[in-house]
Design a binder for this molecule. Sequence first.
Ligand SMILES: Nc1ncnc2c1ncn2[C@@H]1O[C@H](COP(=O)(O)OP(=O)(O)O)[C@@H](O)[C@H]1O
Ligand SMILES: [Mg+2]
Length: 326
Amino acid sequence: MIEVKNLTKDYGTTRAIENVSFTVPTGQIMGFLGPNGAGKTTTMKIITGFMPPTEGQVLIDSLDAIDHSLEVRRKIGYLPENTPLYTDMDVVGYLTFVQRLRGIPQSEHSVRTRRMIELCGLGEVLKKDIGELSKGYRQRVGVAQAMIHDPEILILDEPTVGLDPNQIVEIRDLIKELGRAKTLILCTHILPEVDATCDRVLIVNRGKIVADGTPASLRAAASGHDRLTVEIKGPSDQIRSALEGLPGAARVARGDGADAEPLGAGCSRFVVESASGHDLRETVFAMVRDRQWILLEMHHEATRLEDVFRQLTVGADAQAAAGSTS
Ligand SMILES: Nc1ncnc2c1ncn2[C@@H]1O[C@H](COP(=O)(O)OP(=O)(O)O)[C@@H](O)[C@H]1O
Ligand SMILES: [Mg+2]
């Protein structure tokens, strides 16, 4: 279990995080999500004992991360933001080197190396110099390096940055696989990453935690973002005011975005935002039927985690800015 208590970190006059507290129970895959500069890496460096906090404390299985730094490091595998790899070593040589650093008995080296090669899919590149590897393979070597001592806790800081879409899918699958047996913190500024892999998400913004929940509960808590796109054949102005008049419709806008399909003659497309909990599909269908218009398309989109994230980070910043000037 990871217990983070009231962490604050100042770099000179910059306060990177402020009074951050959370607990990650054993076995959880937690996403630590926030825009660049939010304080994710700083928090992870403190948890892993690479850096002391200005204030606060981290306990790993009830051990203080600073007082018991060696024991804590043994329990944690860490993939830092920029994977530090020795580019002139081959994969097997590097993994052996890491085990020597960690004081793992030599008799175990080849078994552990083999296990990591299998787990991280490194079979094809064992003898290659790390410098020759693609970014995706380097990232796998980074994960292997973090896991080789079989830690109970795994911390991955932006593991998919710089990877192509295929590599991203592969690393995500690997994370899910690893997460079955470990307590895992995944730091990222990329939303689909946490949606795809995490049981729980903490959202951080400007050094503070602004949300904590499952991806589903965060979506449910955000309001006014369920969207219904409709394409209707009939008089555009009348359609618009009829939609605006529907109970539960919070906002109606024209839906002819740049990437939208071209409309047929006499057709209009609108996007209706509803307050959360309001599913407008049946009402819209009945309204179109009663008016004897023709419903050509109806597409419902539930609140996305992306909206929640924007609301909590961009929205909050805008509010703070508005507050400071008034
Ligand atoms: N070594 C450092 N010295 C000074 N400021 C730093 C240092 N590392 C990070 N910061 C600042 O602390 C804040 C949080 O950074 P960081 O933890 O790296 O955020 P994230 O990982 O979420 O992008 C940022 O404002 C960043 O500029
Ligand atoms: Mg970072």
